[in-house]
Design a protein around this ligand. Structure first.
Ligand code: NDP
Length: 256
């Protein structure tokens, strides 16, 4: 019998920021491959609808929890609830993130702290809390959702790019810590994907500019991130760790 390298039956997955956009698309991809999934965000109504949509017709369970990842007590409580519910979180997708652009000479301490907390510190805290159970079972998959703006940048993306670049350093160090326990840690660096985040930040001309910058000449659909996430979350990606997988429609193929 052929072994399905992408099969997630019996696996549990926690996707932060799974209520919409890329998180929801990845959570759906995992549910379609048999995983029990938990999603979280700050909006209960949106979570409820998303969990119902993701779980429709699936064998595994899809649950949601409210969590504001700018609040450390919320992040700690999310980890405790996920462990209580699942025993072990096999797959952790650190996806929730924010982008609050400010030029370097206008960066406000409050904004800086908020972006660092959500995009970086909460990810370290959640990972730290969930890793001991993964280590016990000697299997785990951790994926931080970074960005092409962690590799290059745009004007005013100071806090955002700093956090997204830091995620690769975090992934590399923890890949070394956790490799002996069968746990992989990677980043995905999405390019321009059609979600609320870029749509709310960019002007029409910037939106055109972004699609022209890719080799494919278009924005990505959130669904197109499900496959790359599945690769890194399943047996299929068992020998990939400490890496950044750019999913950018070929934006970085261009030299100039
Ligand atoms: P969306 O804005 O569509 O979704 C963001 C998700 O994160 C939502 O579920 C949101 O829910 C949640 N979230 C935001 N703040 C918090 C918080 N404080 N606590 C808990 N949850 C929170 O964004 P995308 O899907 O586009 O982005 C997902 C990830 O992908 C982000 O890390 C982003 O930086 C990254 N990315 C996106 C790109 C793109 O082009 N779309 C490109 C490169 C990277 P709620 O606000 O209700 O809490």
């Amino acid at each position: 019998m052929l072994c399905d390298l992408f099969d997630l039956k019996g696996r549990t997955a926690l996707v932060t920021g799974g209520s919409r956009g890329l998180g929801k698309a990845m959570a759906k991809g995992f549910a379609e491959h048999g995983a029990d999934v938990m999603i979280c965000s700050r909006n209960e109504e949106e979570l409820k609808v998303a969990a119902a949509e993701i779980g429709k017709g699936m064998e595994g369970s899809v649950e949601y929890r409210l969590c504001d990842m700018s609040r450390r007590e919320d992040t700690d409580a999310l980890a405790a609830t996920a462990l209580e519910r699942f025993g072990t979180v096999d797959i952790l997708i650190n996806n929730a993130g924010v982008n609050i652009p400010q030029p370097i000479d206008e960066v406000k301490d409050e904004t800086w702290d908020q972006v660092i907390e959500i995009n970086l510190t909460s990810i370290m805290r959640l990972t730290r809390a969930l890793v001991p159970a993964m280590k016990k079972q000697k299997w785990g998959r951790i994926v931080h959702i970074s960005s092409v703006l962690g590799v290059g940048s745009k004007p005013a993306r100071n806090a955002y790019s700093a956090t997204k670049a830091s995620l690769l350093g975090l992934a590399k160090a923890s890949a070394l810590d956790l490799g002996p326990f069968g746990i992989t840690v990677n980043c995905i660096g999405p390019g321009p994907f059609l979600t609320d985040m870029p749509m709310s930040l960019l002007s029409d001309s910037e939106k055109d500019e972004f699609s022209r910058a890719t080799a494919l000449g278009r924005w990505g659909e959130p669904r197109e991130l499900a496959g790359p996430a599945l690769l890194l979350a399943s047996e299929a990606g068992s020998y990939i760790t400490g890496e950044m997988l750019l999913v950018d429609g070929g934006a970085f193929a261009r030299a100039l």
